[in-house]
Ligand binder design. Sequence first.
Ligand code: ATP
Ligand code: MG
Length: 408
Amino acid sequence: MIQPLRGMKDIAFEDAKKFNYIIDCAKDIVKNYGYEYIETPKLEETALFKRSVGEETDIVTKEMYNFLDKSDRDVCLRPEGTAGVVRFFISNKLDRVGGKYKFYYAGSMFRYERPQKGRLREFHQFGCESFGERSVYEDYSVIEMVDKILKKLKVNTTLEINSLGCSECMPTYREKLITFLESKSDKLCEDCNKRIKTNPMRVLDCKNPNCQNELKESPKITDNLCDSCSSDFNKLQKLLDENGIEYIVNKNLVRGLDYYNKTAFEFVSNELGAQGTVAGGGRYDKLVEMLDGKPTSAIGFGMGIERLMELVEPKVSDNESYYFGALDKEYVDLLLNIANKFRDSKKVTLEYRARKQHAHLKAASKIEATYCVIIGEDEFEKKSVWVKNLNTQEQELIEIDKFIDITK
Ligand code: ATP
Ligand code: MG
């Protein structure tokens, strides 16, 4: 028996309902902020991710699903959604046209990670990318949007924010940090030691509690911001305060991808154990340029659908549904004809076999239909159907013409 690959999952039945419910909720909200749907390929040149996500990140060094295709091209299943949208933005010359563009996407991402709760090898993200808006009001709006989605889904999270600075203040801070980290190198884990040289900011994000303890005294980026980054970060906090969005400043928050600057944020649930981040994002003003486009400000977020599925208790009430059954096979054509009309607006399950009334009722309950609709000789002669509401147990004989009126 063939099973799905390790870390990959089928999504069906109740899970599928939750999955769609989450994506529908998110879509409904981001559309009101002007975001439009985009679909980009799941397979891209590996170079795209090396150059955007960053050569020294976990994603690129350990987690990429890359391989040579039949023409020896180095290709990769996308590990995240931003790079593809940015590639689209540049290859369609939107960076040259200028202006503001907002896109949202939903789809599979692939990372070769150790599968565990909340960590899959194929998972799904809903995400948004906003191009051409450098105002900190946009940083606020993106956070507000994610907050709205999570509130609508009734998911409790803590918002953590930080500023990573910009090309003016971050490099000076980076040097200070390296000096500090080198002084602690014998106390930090092996991974951290490797990162001191390659990606010192990521050391701040080490999950090892010993390392976190050592890092308490580290220089903080928020104490080293330039005037513009500092005033933006203050404004962001003011906007969050004024609009009643609770947050904490996590001075060690850096993101797993290299392209972020200024605002970085995560929404973290305490109900998911170690894999608690349900959404993360931030500003990435340098990425368009890094991928050979004209400098363009940008900000976005990605949200993990599977992690949200663990937290969401949707009352996914399917719309009213009908079960149609005939007591004799000569009435099935008539039911098919009625079902055709109903299916313009209602969900109908039609049983093609003639069966006894009790068998139809049992089948209708099994599929949790709202109504069981039956036609037999008596009903046929009266040009009617027998309809039972399976929730209230009420039953009545309804003329077929009137019954069809329900759909109008
Ligand atoms: P983590 O620290 O949990 O590894 P990350 O920083 O790698 O997360 P991002 O790249 O920011 O995650 O992806 C955005 C969101 O996608 C995460 O907040 C999470 O909800 C989800 N996500 C990331 N990796 C996985 C995975 N392997 N399986 C399921 N969901 C994931
Ligand atoms: Mg990760």
